[in-house]
Design a binder for this molecule. Structure first.
Ligand SMILES: Nc1ccnc(=O)[nH]1
Length: 155
C-alpha cells in the first residue's frame, strides 16, 4: 500500500543532489514489511559511474542489507519514473511494486534522456541512438550450452 512518507523520503534524497553534487536529482527508497531497507540518490558523478542511478544504488544497498540479490517482497519508491536500465534492474531484483513521482517527460524537460531511451526501445532498437549488431554466435553459444549442462548436473 502506497505511503506518502516514503515518497517524501525519496524526494529528500533527490533534493540532496540539488544542494550537493553527487549526480542528478533522483532519489529512491526500498521498503520491506513497512520498514526502510535502503535509501539512496543518484551517484553518477561522484562515483564516475553512469549506472549509479538512484534506483540502482538503492537496489545495491538493499542487496547488501538483506544479504541476497532477491528482493522479493520489497516495494520501491522513486522520485521519478525509472529509466529502462533501472526498470530492468527492478525486475531482475523481483521487486513487484514501484511508486514514482516525476514522469519521464519531466526528466526530459530538465535534460535527461529517459524518454529518448524509451522511444528507441519502442522503435524496435532502430535509430541513431545505438548501433546494435549480432556477430559470431558460434563462438559465444558454447558458454551458454556448458552452463546449461553444468546446471543440469546439479539436480
Ligand atoms: N529515474 C532516474 C533517471 C535518471 N537517473 C536516476 O537516477 N533515476
Amino acid at each position: 500500500m502506497y505511503r506518502k512518507e516514503f515518497m517524501a523520503m525519496a524526494n529528500e534524497e533527490a533534493k540532496a543532489n540539488v544542494n550537493g553534487s553527487d549526480g542528478g536529482p533522483f532519489g529512491c527508497v526500498i521498503i520491506k514489511d513497512g520498514k526502510v531497507v535502503s535509501r539512496a540518490h543518484n551517484q553518477v558523478l561522484v562515483d564516475h559511474d553512469p549506472t549509479a542511478h538512484g534506483e540502482i544504488t538503492a537496489i545495491r544497498k538493499a542487496g547488501q542489507a538483506l544479504g541476497t540479490h532477491d528482493l522479493t517482497g520489497c516495494e520501491l519508491y522513486t522520485s521519478a519514473m525509472p529509466c529502462p536500465m533501472c526498470l530492468s534492474a527492478i525486475i531482475w531484483a523481483n521487486i513487484k511494486q514501484v511508486y514514482y513521482g516525476n514522469t519521464a517527460d519531466d526528466a526530459a524537460a530538465i535534460g535527461f534522456r529517459d524518454a529518448a531511451i524509451y522511444d528507441f526501445i519502442n522503435a524496435g532498437l532502430k535509430g541513431d541512438m545505438l548501433a546494435l549488431t549480432q556477430h559470431d554466435r558460434e563462438l559465444t553459444i558454447g558458454a551458454f550450452k556448458d552452463y546449461q549442462s553444468a546446471q543440469k548436473k546439479l539436480y
